[in-house]
Design a protein around this ligand. Structure first.
Ligand code: AMP
Length: 564
């Protein structure tokens, strides 16, 4: 018997009412155990609201406004009713549930149903897949038609979750990390094996299917696939080169920390693909780098990692913002290549001619890299146990216009997707946080047409939910305000008065004077004099700083004061 979609809707509803992590995991684990083999991957993706892997080219591309229009059409609700339903919850999915429950769905005699009597999990997933595959002229209309037909068949609670999946706003506190645990529990396979498989395949649905159907031996040996990006290894922050050396047992490899965009380059023969740190395919934005790799990389098959930076006169690094223009306008790429020249600096090799290298020590991976890099630059590096030498190297990096240093532990393996102490970043400004904008207020006076006051939120490590830790209207240029307003409106999921609520998607780097305890915010903390220093287009919200990190900095600030 095919599983009905309503069971996923009910499950998500229950998840949103439970706060205890293990109870959530048990619930999902029991659910996925009962699924038919061909329902596992799609259900797992639907539950966490991630319909396609990050690297896939599919996008649903349906905004909040479009969804509201469809609901209005199929329920014939009046504007006032929509407003009322919406202001009760601030959630478009819940709004749809309320309206469909109240008004019912207007019947349409000519509706040709592609679906079974009651929507199954597969029906819903296939419809979303069809929406996502539509590209080109008239695509919006065709996407809308499919969604409209789907919603016409949905029960109120189903409509709620179809919309939540489409807008990527599940709000049930069950993220990919918890899903890995649920898969581990359901398949009785250790969670670290599941995590590793997910890092290599980058598709939680496929991981669940293999774990539950094929079992331990199979999932333990999954191979990474060329042209499917691996999640990047991340770094924690260190206060100084001395701290890094201490953490690494007295000796580290110090590399320049370049302020650009991280790239993972996959090559097989003449085929080259480049992925961003967020695992999106950015090959089209970097044709010059593709050529460079084809020409210079001395390997039949390889995955190498590096940083692309924009350069100005005399190869001086330009601020990150210049580089981002490269990734925004693919249309006129030839002109942009001329306007914004870039340089690639490699720093790691993850795969070479059939062999996955991630379990090799850093030092051996670097050796492999030196054997294949040809004329492609390697990131400047110094291996030392001498703190003075390391400090000089830090100064040199700063003098040449770079962010600082990365300290890498010589014997460390490459751990995809984890932010550990094997890699430590050392920057000039310590108290910078990466936070996510979850709401914004319309400005006043000169700024009245811009969303210019931003609610900044930090991540809860366990649940992936975001909690506000401050608000700021400082730091952006007029150009950036304009662009930010446009992006925020695309991400809008609700509004109340002068405030609009957005899907947590945009990450910004924020500096501040102090962290205070706050009874006002649920997070318990508030940043004093916060201001935005950078829009982090390259970072995804699940890389934002956590409430725990803020707590840590809060405590540290007293220690620093006590020392003074
Ligand atoms: P952050 O963005 O501050 O968390 O720092 C991590 C980022 O620094 C990585 O994702 C890379 O994009 C960038 N980076 C710059 N230079 C290096 C390097 N030598 N090794 C690793 N990452 C680097």
């Amino acid at each position: 018997m095919p599983t009905k979609f309503i069971r996923i809707a009910d499950l998500c509803e229950r998840l949103s009412k439970i706060t205890e992590k293990n109870a959530k995991i048990t619930l999902v684990s029991n659910f996925i155990k009962e699924l038919e083999p061909d329902e596992i991957d799609v259900s797992v993706r639907l539950i966490i609201g991630k319909v396609f892997p990050d690297w896939s080219d599919y996008t649903l591309d349906l905004s909040w406004i479009t969804v509201i229009k469809i609901i209005k059409k199929i329920t014939k609700a009046k504007n006032q009713e929509i407003l009322e339903a919406f202001s009760k919850t601030g959630d478009p999915g819940e709004m749809a549930r309320i309206l469909i429950e109240k008004k019912g769905i207007v019947k349409q005699a000519t509706l040709l149903s592609d679906y079974s009597n009651e929507l199954s999990v597969i029906d819903v997933y296939r419809a979303l897949e069809r929406i996502a595959k539509i590209k080109g002229e008239g695509s919006r209309e065709r996407k809308i038609k499919i969604l409209e037909n789907l919603l016409r068949l949905a029960k109120p609670i189903e409509a709620k979750y179809i919309i939540k999946v489409i807008l990527g706003e599940m709000r049930h506190g069950f993220n990919e990390g918890l899903m890995e645990e649920a898969i581990a529990k359901a398949s009785r396979i250790p969670v670290n094996v599941i995590r590793r498989a997910n890092m290599l395949l980058g598709d939680i649905g496929e991981v669940a299917r293999i774990a539950l159907i094929n079992g331990y031996e199979y999932i333990k040996n999954v191979k990474m696939k060329l042209f499917h990006p691996i999640k990047p290894m991340l770094a924690q922050q260190a206060e100084s080169v001395t701290e890094a050396l201490k953490e690494h047992g007295g000796k580290s490899a110090f590399e320049f920390k370049l302020d650009g965009a991280r790239v993972q380059v996959h090559k097989q023969g003449d085929k080259v693909m480049i992925f961003s740190r967020r695992l999106t395919n950015v090959t089209e934005s970097l044709p010059d780098i593709v050529e460079l790799i084809k020409r210079e990389l001395k390997a039949e098959e390889a995955i190498v990692e590096g940083e692309v930076i924009a350069v100005g006169e005399n190869n001086k690094p330009l601020p990150f913002q210049f580089l981002m223009r490269r990734f925004k306008r693919v249309k006129d790429i030839n002109r942009i290549i001329r306007e914004i020249p870039v340089e690639l600096y490699l720093f790691d090799c993850l795969y070479l001619n059939g062999n996955l290298l991630i379990d090799l020590p850093y030092i051996d991976r670097w050796k492999n890299l030196t054997e294949i890099h040809g004329k492609i630059k390697l990131v400047p590096r110094l291996i030392t146990s001498n703190p003075d030498e390391a400090q000089e190297f830090f100064k040199l990096a700063r003098k040449q216009g770079h962010e600082g240093l990365m300290a890498k532990k010589l014997d460390s393996e490459y751990t995809p997707g984890t932010r550990g102490k094997k890699w430590l970043k050392i920057k000039e400004t310590l108290s910078a946080l990466d936070l996510v904008i979850i709401a914004a207020d319309w400005g006043y006076g000169r700024r009245k047409d811009w969303l210019s006051d931003y609610y900044l939120a930090a991540r809860d490590k366990e649940t992936g939910e975001f909690y506000i830790v401050g608000k700021t209207f400082k730091g952006l240029t007029d150009e950036e305000f304009k662009e930010m307003t446009k992006r925020l409106l695309e991400l809008k999921i609700g509004e109340r008065g002068r405030t609009i609520f957005v899907k947590p998607e945009i990450v910004v780097e924020v500096v501040f004077d102090e962290i205070q305890k706050s009874p006002k915010y649920k997070s318990g903390f508030a940043l004093r004099f916060a201001r935005i220093t950078k829009i982090r287009y390259d970072k995804s919200p699940d890389e934002a700083d956590t409430i725990d990190r803020i707590k840590e900095l809060y405590i540290k600030q007293f220690e620093t004061k006590a020392r003074k």
